[in-house]
Write a protein that binds this ligand. Sequence first.
Ligand code: WTA
Length: 654
Amino acid sequence: MSEVERGAISALLKEDRKYAPPQEFIKQANWDDPQIYKRALEDPEGFWAEMAAAIDWYKKWDKVLEWNLPFAKWFVGAELNVCHNCVDRHLQTWRKNKAAIIWEGEPGDQRVLTYMDLFREVNRCAVALKRLGVQKGDRVALYLGMVPELAIAMLACARIGAPHTVVFGGFSPESLRGRILDSQAKVLITADGAWRRGSIVPLKENSDQALSGTPSIEHVLVVNRTTAREKVPMKDGRDLWWDCEMEKSGAAVLEPERLDSEHPLYILYTSGTTGKPKGLLHTTGGYLVGIHATAHYIFDLKDRDTYWSTADIGWVTGHSYVVYGPLSNGATSLMYEGSPDYPDKDRFWAIIEKYRVNILYTAPTAIRTFMRWGLDYPQRRDLSSLRLMGTVGEPINPEAWVWYRENIGGNRIPVVDTWWQTETGMVLITPLPGLTVLKPGSATFPFPSIEADIVDDNGNSVPWGRGGYLVIKRPWPAMARTIWGDPERWRQQYWSRYPGMYFTGDGAKRDEEGYFWLLGRVDDVVNVAGHRIGTMEVESALVSHPAVAESAVIGINHDIKGQAIAAFVTLRSDYSAGEELMEELRGHVSKKIGAIARPERIFFTAELPKTRSAKIMRRLLRDIAEGRVLGDTTTLADPAVLHSIKQQYEDSEG
Ligand code: WTA
């Protein structure tokens, strides 16, 4: 019997609540035919060829898929341009003067770019890039805050066939340098700064530091956002102001390049199990078809919608579902520059009220934060424009899901929990909001045509009701094609553990009705006395206690059981830490999951260490718990949090 089978991963929360799609939603849903699942699984290539009809092609494909495991080619032989599909083609329709991007700056300034405006700006940027010597195939690095220039620059790169690599504005100079070195980018586009919680993130200063020792960079284009121009040091011959260069381009229009379907669209770096980030390469035809279809059917996009994904464009969600997916659908995509608590903790709700946002896509961590802040903030605002909400990025505990549905969604609209990865490019496991009966905390079912499975250590499917490793058994169009410059690592990392299957690195289980439940990264699974327990399960149990705002669970070494569970817990404002509560929480977890999941140790802390993309860094908590020197903390949103947790931990240890 494999470890997974033996394990108690199946000791899961019982979740019996179910929510069928409301009738009014079904009536207008982009997809209401359940036959789609069967049809798409029987003929996945036919299904994607059908989806591809929504895209403009200069030349049609000879073959839908060419699969030389682990290297895929989709829409082989076809030619298209992503920028044409996201911008130009809408000018032929009434959407010409429709808002493409509605942007709100943190200080409260706004900009609305119609598709026509976007066309003009993208062309000027493309012309400027060409003037600076950027050729088809050259890489361009983008290190910006959430400003429209970021989307404009991405589309301009796509227009000329120069793959971009967006580096999240919260990354350090060193991380930026590493990515520039790996991608050998020729031009960097940055800004003097970005607004975050009322202060300035010094992007230009960081860039200057990063650019020592990056010989590939010939020019830096600098967007003027936060600082008086004369105060920004510009390096002669290298640095140029974005707006001056745009002006120089005048009204020039540059025809989009006719690009091969497999031409690289972008490289996006993500951390793996090793220290060195991997540059996942996404290409043109398959990627666009995949994100166009998923955006259309999962977010049920309609022309009347104002759609808002709160993700930063520095992450894959921003690429696929702030920029390319919505714009290729001709949607209105809202972008917000800043922090959710600036100037007050109701900023998100204020934005929804102000623009009458219809579709909201955000992260579970954000939702749990809002829960902690309390109901007063959402209740101040009119959220009745919302008709659909989504989550992404981490497993969502049922309590947070229900809270979101009730308090933000007014108990009346679907909530889609979407599972995917930087590597997958598009959502793979998700409800279809007009079809799927939802269960809080479950991402429900694979998107039509996606063959997902859950396997044990030996790669055998586990029966429903059991936990294991999530794998994908067939290629899908928006999948990454390789790791930039390291195809061997692509094979090694994702395709070698189970022959013929894509290994996601996530644990999952299917319940008795076939619903998928994501259990977090398998490196976040704790093995207690031979029983595997998803840290997420324990967290979810803890968070379902009224005292708990958020929790992070890790495995700690244990003499007898091998590993034991330690929980770091932050409390809601009206509760205080103490022995009694600790015992109560232990009992609560035992009750929810079973005695094997009972936390050995509970630590109350004021905050949890999170990355800037809001993922809890359990690895660092393990370091603290096991008395190790703290590992790399540079990706933390606030490294100080960690030291205060360490202090509190050590104090509690006596
Ligand atoms: C996790 C983000 C549970 C998962 C799009 C995955 C999720 C990793 C979900 C990828 C979800 C993402 N439920 N877990 N709905 N969505 N994850 O590359 O562990 O930043 O492997 O892509 O996030 O993170 P990435």
